[in-house]
Ligand binder design. Sequence first.
Ligand code: HEC
Length: 453
Amino acid sequence: MDLTSFMPVPSDIPLPLPLDRVLGEALLVVVFLAHILFVNLMVGGSVLTVVCEIMGLKRRDYDTLAREIAKTITVNKSLAVVLGVAPLLLINVLYTTYFYSANALTGSAWILIVPLVILAFLVAYAHKYSWDRMASAKGMHIVLGALAAVLFLLVPLIFLSNINLMLFPDKWLVVEGFLSTLALPNVLPRYAHFVLACVAVSSLFLAIYLTRPSFPVETVFETFTRASLRRGLLGLTFGATLVQFLIGPLVFFTLPTRGLGWFMIVVLAVGVGLAIAAVALLWREIRSARERIGGRVMPIVGLLACTVLCMGYGRHLYREGAVGEHRGLTVARAEELTRLAAAAQLRAELDIEPAGGPPGERVFKSVCTACHMEDKVLVGPSLREIRQLYAGDPAGIVKWTLAPGKKRQRFQQMPAFRMPESKLMAVAEYMLEPPAPAREQPAPTGEAPGGRG
Ligand code: HEC
């Protein structure tokens, strides 16, 4: 099957990378995970803040807890943004064609990320700093917090739909804007996986952070103790991680098979194994006695960190697998064009011409036929199109051939041919002649790749 008929393959020659690919990919996996850690804390923190503030209507300690969580969001969001720069740059460099195509196809939603992020930050600050001032308008204050949470949840959804679309060049011709990309098979399960991870990561972080020795739990809260806070927050980590065992397989089985590979499956399986160990430890932790709770937190963090590393690496392997075929096509196409151009230029330089026929025809058949045909779009436009463009203007063709521009989007640039002007004039005149019956080809069977100029 001709894959190029349903996935656009660019004909531009891929640019060399400014860094070693393996190094770039390793960096991308690591810096992306660092970024996503703080994104998890920011999104999870804002969701937990809202939930706790609502629960605080009944029990004051929850309101205090919500306030403590809210203090962490703005710090985590700053780190998330700063740490987002590196993965964004790396993905731009390593997956240029894929990333930009997805950006362009989700256009307005993609660019909306900037104002949405700004708005989310402003609302989050307003919420954090108006706790006392709005104490008498608690409902409004909760709405403010919920607005921040919704904005924080929306931005990753746009990012995720984009990063997902990028993997599937075969969908680029059919999607129409952001909403249609949400309907691609993998997006919503993956988003659910992400939101749950936000809850799990932020509750684990809070279980450590809010029960640190220097934090005066007993004076800040009326009834919460260090142990009860730990138990509650670790219980949340446990629950959210447990649900991942349902969502995770859904994410996996909705992945288009194109990018799947055995090594990737092994890496993910190791990740799942580590997650099972982490969940088992969490279970023992939340059931242990009051004075012992918290003892296994570091091994749990370690296991979950390794899980995340495996998942991040597996996801990278999937990405490579998914774009691999398309990348191969692009490279093959570029190489073919480079070869054609070099061969044609060599023939022009060495003056190689078939015997017989008028001079213009001889040059055309030696040099130009490699890329131009009467009716069919080959590497370059058809003679029929050229005849329409340059009717009565052979000098125009000569000028173009000596120094071709870059005109059509889906064609590569034509190489220049430095031949004596008399020869070029002859070939130009030959091209503009009405087609002789012998030059006619069978009726075209449809557009060739690259045929949509
Ligand atoms: C290696 C492939 C290749 C060869 C060989 C080649 N061309 Fe082209 N030609 C192209 C491509 C690709 C384009 C379209 C470029 C674009 O639109 O940017 C093109 C476009 C043209 C055009 C249209 C320019 C316009 O204004 O739209 C003319 C005229 C032309 N070629 C003449 C020639 C002549 C004469 C020769 C032989 C001496 C030749 N070409 C050989 C690839 C080739």
